[in-house]
Design a protein around this ligand. Structure first.
Ligand SMILES: Cc1ncc(COP(=O)(O)O)c(C=O)c1O
Length: 481
């Protein structure tokens, strides 16, 4: 082993203005230096503390970078002799090790792990109607097993499409025919089918800024150019969108409850958006991820309910209202596009697993779904109230943002690194900054999911959060209201 020369910290270039986390940037810098031979076998890396101090980042940020490199067998811990560059075991003849990124790296803690306190996007695990659901599902399994099965309708089972259409007319104000409904595996799958149907390769698409990062990525994967349109207290700023890219082919919006701020799009903006779409022959893709699950007051009708000119493609999901493990959602296509959507489903995206579809159809038909949503609203209101009480006014939290509490942090805070440290403390808040596309107006903050904060978890979770913030940031300045 060569005796150690430390890597020069000034060779590590980090850029706080880009969406990539500081941990990833440090990891990539060190990986490149190791793979291109700049850092030789046995070279000693600085301690986490030294590197963190010199780079002006949290210790946990550097620690996480070293851990990733150790997982890739590029470095190893030599006890008191520090962290050292490993022998180039599988790096023969200049071949770089193959590393395939998890597709949602940076957005998810990991797949198939049970949710931690503050985790977003997963409904209350302790309130899933498990017994009822298993009873309904078992009955369907028995019925299906004893009936001959022909090729299923790729748009989804007719019974489920009929039930979804009648649910939408009651709960979201949408009047549609079951033939306009395509069953999907959730919102993202619906978005994929919509983009395949529209074939807008090379065109522009509006996304909200801040907004759901995967919507931006989806447009890019479909060969489109994402235009980040600012969002204010009335929702998407349609006027700004028109001045940035009036000729966009689509706009992806969350009008019911903007993700992540929770703002509902005003009636005037809804009209302005629909008028723009008619004028420009553009399509509006409505992400109705929370459906009627709104905690304050009565949820407004969906945007598709106001659309009498057939410009809105409405996307729904049962991931947030029932469970992401069901893998079920739906598209409501405008009449003009319904047949085309059916062709795309039949060719590339047939609805899956008719047993689960039929079980859900029964669940809806028997009124269990509406009852479940009512119960969830009450439970989530209690949980959000308890969280606000426990955090106290000094914490500076905003009102509810969907099913999360949004807490803004002082400008310059590395909220991504903070959330990595939070994981070590057993809590999983989400960072706010990756939801922004443009630097202008980017805020640091935490999104604190309330769904899985039952009584037993609440207090320890809040204690862990408060002490993390006190240690890493200090007191949060009170924001004027
Ligand atoms: C705004 C928004 N839309 C859609 C989704 C994803 O829904 P699905 O899991 O059904 O694809 C999420 C998930 O967190 C979300 O936050």
């Amino acid at each position: 082993m060569t005796e150690g020369i430390s890597v020069a910290v000034q060779d590590i270039v980090i850029d706080r203005s880009i969406a990539k986390s500081l941990t990833h940037q440090i990891t990539d810098n060190l990986r490149d230096a190791i793979l291109n031979g700049h850092l030789k076998e046995g070279s000693r890396l600085p301690s986490w503390l030294d590197m963190a101090t010199q780079l002006g980042v949290a210790r946990g940020t550097v620690k996480a970078a070293y851990e990733t490199l150790a997982d890739e067998a590029l470095v190893f811990s030599a006890g008191a002799a520090g962290t050292r560059v490993a022998k180039p075991r599988s790096r023969q003849a200049g071949a770089a090790p193959v590393r395939i990124k998890r597709p949602l790296e940076g957005f998810e803690r990991g797949f198939d792990l049970s949710p931690l306190p503050f985790q977003m996007g997963v409904p209350a695990q302790d309130a899933f109607p498990a017994k009822l659901w298993s009873r309904v599902r078992m009955r369907v399994v028995r019925e299906e097993a004893s009936a001959p099965g022909g090729p299923p309708d790729p748009r989804g089972h007719p019974m489920l499409r009929t039930q979804i259409a009648s649910y939408l007319s009651i709960a979201r104000g949408i009047r549609c025919h079951p033939d306009q409904i395509i069953v999907t595996s959730g919102y993202r799958n619906g978005l994929s089918v919509a983009l395949m149907t529209l074939q807008c390769h090379g065109r522009k698409g509006w996304v909200e800024d801040p907004g759901y990062p995967l919507a931006r990525m989806a447009l890019q994967l479909a060969g489109m150019c994402a235009v980040a349109v600012p969002v204010d207290g009335d929702g998407l700023d349609v006027g700004a969108g028109i001045s940035m890219a009036a000729d966009a082919a689509v706009a992806i919006v969350t009008p019911g409850q903007h993700a992540p701020t929770g703002v509902a799009m005003s009636a005037a903006r809804r009209r302005q958006l629909l008028d723009w779409a008619v004028r420009e022959d553009a399509w509006i893709i409505e992400d109705d991820y929370l459906s009627e699950l709104q905690l304050s007051g009565r949820a407004r009708n969906a945007l598709a309910a106001d659309d009498d000119r057939g410009r809105v493609i409405h996307l729904g999901t049962f991931s947030k209202t029932l469970s992401p493990t069901l893998g079920l959602g739906f598209v409501v296509a405008p009449m003009e596009l319904a047949e085309r959507f059916g062709e795309v489903a039949g060719c590339l995206n047939p609805a899956s697993n008719s047993t689960t579809q039929l079980a859900l159809a029964e669940f809806l038909a028997d009124g269990h779904y509406l009852r479940h949503l009512r119960h969830m609203k009450t439970l989530y209101r209690e949980r959000s109230h308890a969280l606000h009480c426990d955090l106290g006014p000094a914490f500076g939290s905003d009102a509810m943002a969907g099913l999360a509490v949004l807490t803004r942090l002082p400008t310059g805070t590395d909220d991504v690194a903070l959330c990595r440290l939070a994981l070590e403390a057993g809590i999983n808040p989400a960072p706010l900054s990756p939801w922004y596309t443009r630097e202008a107006g980017r805020h640091a903050g935490l999104l604190l999911g309330i769904t899985n904060l039952n009584r037993a978890r609440l207090q320890p979770a809040c204690e862990a959060l408060k002490s993390l913030i006190a240690n890493e940031i200090g007191p949060i300045p009170k924001r004027p209201h």
